[in-house]
Design a protein around this ligand. Sequence first.
Ligand code: G3P
Ligand code: CA
Length: 396
Amino acid sequence: MANEEYGATAERRTGTSPGRRAVLGAAVLGAGAAVAGAPGVARAEGRHGHGHGGDLPVPTVIAHRGTSGYRPEHTLGSYQLALDMGADVIEQDVVPTKDGHLVCRHENDITATTDVAAHPEFADRKTTKSVDGAQLTGWFTEDFTLAELKTLRAKERIPGTRQRNTLYDGRWEVPTLEEVLRWAERAGRERGRRVWLHIETKHPTYFRKLGLGLEEPLAKLLRRYNRHRRHSPNFLQSFEPSSIQRLRKLVDAPGVVLLSTANSRPWDFVEANDPRTVADLIKPEGLRWMASYAKGIGPTLDLIIPKGPDGKLLEPTTLVRDAHAADLILHPYTMRNENTFLPADFKKGTDPTAYGDAFGAFKKYFATGIDGIFSDNPDTALLAAADFRAGGSVNE
Ligand code: G3P
Ligand code: CA
């Protein structure tokens, strides 16, 4: 089903901003070797860049919600497969339960990613809420205790597109962040390497107003598992800059400000009557402001290379160069192998659920000098990153 709702906050609002169509320059369209010499893209040089904690390759492959191309997202099965595939970093989105535990879900509405609708004992919890300005009807984590949430099982979000993943429906619980931290600690010991995480606070202003602030329990957990330091193996991300600023006061782990479409405003800006849009934040002054408290930004891929009206990629913007000039790394999102999610120039055939030329798309994005990328298919992304570092491509 090609038009299945992915549930990505930002993808819903994607669109090309003509104002962001500035050209980065012909050099960045070349292969890896040429890119390394281009202004503002020095971090793409060599296997280990300067933008991270030292033990991460660049471009860094971030397993989006685990291996959500192959397993129901945000489950221990999805994270384990990402680790087994060799993903450099594994992502968690976090929301709170009624009793204040942080659990890994992309959003507090758990209708699409759990079997909650099949639990008659929770039928009366179905409700309609306004979350960050959107009217949503379903079941919400903040209305469940952790014990109640643990009686549910995770399922595939987009079964029409990823039917194979439904094989695993019902296999895993909703994990707590603490369970993931314990798993990462254990897996790191077994493998003799640090397990990097990329933890996102979801709807932080909304939850703070409910008395369920995310940052304090997150900081407490990071301290408990010795992941609160500047060089700890995790990034902390949010679409709301104030969440990153709050975390900055609590822990030293590096923050990444996520950026949606150019004309959107972070929800904390809306609540605080701050008129700035994402288009303002990606101007040099906005980038310098974010660099005063964050290590990097996580823009949509469209902010790196916009698409034209035909859905094909245009020329890269100056965002990579500008962000690097402000001393910010870039972790854009999200690459997925299926035709339905790829730019039009990399689709193959007419089946929206079939794989397109993902390697071709990865090559284009890596050539801009980005420091990392979120992908639902970390195995594909790892091969593409290796091709890029070797200066070649499977398509050549
Ligand atoms: O956090 C990076 C990327 O995951 C942001 O998009 O909506 O999938 O959380 P989303
Ligand atoms: Ca995320």
